[in-house]
Design a protein around this ligand. Structure first.
Ligand code: NAP
Length: 502
């Protein structure tokens, strides 16, 4: 008979979300938890995305846990290897690495109502846990467009999120499909080595100046010596990022931002015809606003071509566009984003009555506070529905969720609860309230389509307010929004000192 290992808390994934949860538990003195990681190292999206030029487009000041500041970011916008190193270091430093079960792919997590436990089947055996925390964000599963013949492309083909470092791009003819946050970071790099790069653009993005720079040694030393200085700097950058939210909610501020975008384009692209192709025809903010100083200049290079005709099919090594033109390539790179509106984790989680999360979300995604879901007791989602931001750091959102989850666990311990889940009414009210705000927002009415929207045009991805408003909403755990199942006998607490501290 195979052994089932029991833990109080099982966590899925080791990106910022999963690691953050593990760290908060360790900080509370808890050791009875595991973190499942399908790969052999931590990092989540920052491990998987390794394309040339990969960097964060949120200021590095904001891209760390508040409880684990990094005074040593080398640039204003941290590069992927630095962020990955930060995550590894932080996992080690907070003592959570020994809790990580590497090469454990979670195949299924099923709620056992009788035992009030999650039964987690992994590629390396079965576990049971009282509480399941999913740290799977929405940007996991690469998405390829439905283009006839694409799968049969005759040359090398890969997605930006699964970069094939074995493919030698030197002297090659490279096709890039997509012009989102990923493409604009790697196109300037790829064109330096490739013979020819052809960028297939469907919708031009709004691109703002990035103004990246190396951080000075003086600044780093000062942050190391006086952590308060770094905290103040972070507060300042956070406040400025929060102000950018005005661009989403005020048409007048949005127009000012558009003027900045037009100015950036005019300054970098002297050719009127090319400028025309690159000018967005939808309101700024409708899609994620991009920052780059080298994307437009890359498009001006003699070995780069921007194609705006739609791709109709792929035949062998040729990409055919609507105007009948055929172009041959050695390599085709999909920079076509992720299945954010249909997160894959929903297919492996089964709640009360054996219902899968994918089934519960068949119409649309919703979760109370983006974190808990009716019918799925003792399940907590990090970066769940309507938690993403267009203007500020997701790490801030994750931390707000971590505190909320800790409060929920404390509540469970204080009340000796076996199980906790939001009432369907509370969840619906919360979700409807968000949709009321989103319906008239730039993300829905701004004249574009984006990965924020599902197939019905509903935005189940973004939080509509400022980041600080999200934290404010989650600052208190309100038991009246929840359904609780009490234990007939005392159950051991989830958190070691929760009862004492409550
Ligand atoms: P994305 O923003 O979803 O962009 C996908 C691109 O593919 C879009 O330009 C889309 O065009 C295009 N596309 C899709 N199907 C196409 C087709 N048939 N023909 C031509 N073009 C097609 O994906 P992403 O660039 O990977 O970025 C996804 C998200 O990842 C970002 O928004 C961000 O949240 C995250 N990210 C973050 C960073 C960071 O620095 N923090 C960096 C990279 C990515 P349409 O616009 O017409 O749909």
């Amino acid at each position: 008979m195979t052994q089932v290992q029991h833990v109080q808390v099982a966590i899925l994934g080791t990106g910022f979300a999963g690691l953050g949860m593990a760290i908060r538990l360790r900080q509370r003195g808890m050791t009875d938890f595991v973190v499942f990681e399908r790969a052999g190292e931590v990092g989540g999206t920052w491990r998987d995305n390794t394309y040339p030029g990969c960097a964060c487009d949120i200021r590095s000041d904001l891209y760390s846990f508040s409880f684990a500041p990094n005074p040593d970011w080398a640039h204003r916008y941290a590069r992927q290897p630095e962020i990955l190193a930060y995550l590894k270091r932080t996992a080690d430093g907070f003592g959570v690495t020994p809790h990580i079960r590497f090469h454990h792919e979670v195949q299924e997590a099923r709620w056992d109502d009788e035992a009030a436990l999650w039964r987690v089947q992994t590629s390396q055996g079965e576990y049971s846990a009282r509480v399941l925390v999913s740290g799977h964000g929405p940007l996991i599963e690469p998405r390829w467009p439905e283009i006839p013949g694409l799968k049969g492309f005759g040359g090398e083909r890969f997605h930006s999120a699964r970069w094939n470092h074995g493919a030698d791009l030197r002297g090659k003819r490279v096709a890039v499909i997509g012009t989102g946050a990923s493409a604009i970071q790697f196109v300037p790099e790829v064109r330096k080595v490739a013979a020819q790069v052809t960028v297939f653009q469907r919708t031009p993005p709004w691109v703002m100046p990035r103004m990246d720079q190396e951080t000075s040694g003086r600044r780093r030393r000062a942050f190391r010596r006086f952590p308060l200085l770094q905290r103040l700097s972070r507060q300042y950058v956070f406040g400025r990022a929060e102000l950018q939210h005005l661009g989403f909610i005020s048409r007048r501020v949005g127009e000012l931002v558009e003027r900045l975008g037009h100015g950036h384009l005019a300054a970098q692209v002297p050719d009127a015809a090319l400028r025309q192709k690159l000018t967005p025809s939808y309101r700024v903010g409708c899609k994620r606003i991009l920052v780059s100083d080298d994307y437009y200049p890359a498009l001006l290079q003699p070995n780069v071509e921007l194609v705006t005709e739609a791709i109709t099919e792929v035949q062998g090594d040729e990409v055919v566009t609507a105007d009948g033109q055929r172009r041959s390539f050695d390599v085709l790179i999909g920079a076509t984003g992720f299945n954010a509106a249909r997160p894959p984790v929903a297919r492996i989680i089964f709640g009360r009555g054996g219902q899968s999360l994918a089934h519960a979300w068949a119409g649309h995604l919703e979760a109370l506070h983006g974190t808990t879901i009716a019918g799925f007791p003792n399940l907590f989602l990090l970066v769940g529905p309507n938690t993403a931001l267009g203007h500020n750091s997701i790490v801030y959102i994750i931390e707000a969720q971590l505190e909320y989850i800790m409060r929920a666990l404390e509540h469970m311990d204080r009340q000796h609860l076996l199980a906790l889940e939001p009432s369907p009414e509370a969840q619906r009210r919360y979700s409807d309230g968000l949709q009321d705000r989103l319906r008239s927002s730039v993300w829905v009415q701004g004249g574009c389509t984006s990965f924020y929207l599902d197939e019905n045009g509903r935005n189940s991805t973004l939080w509509p307010g400022r980041a600080s408003a999200f934290r404010q909403t989650l600052r208190r755990f309100d038991p009246s929004l929840y359904r609780a199942r009490f234990s007939p006998r005392r159950v051991p607490p989830i958190l070691p000192d929760a009862v004492a501290s409550g």
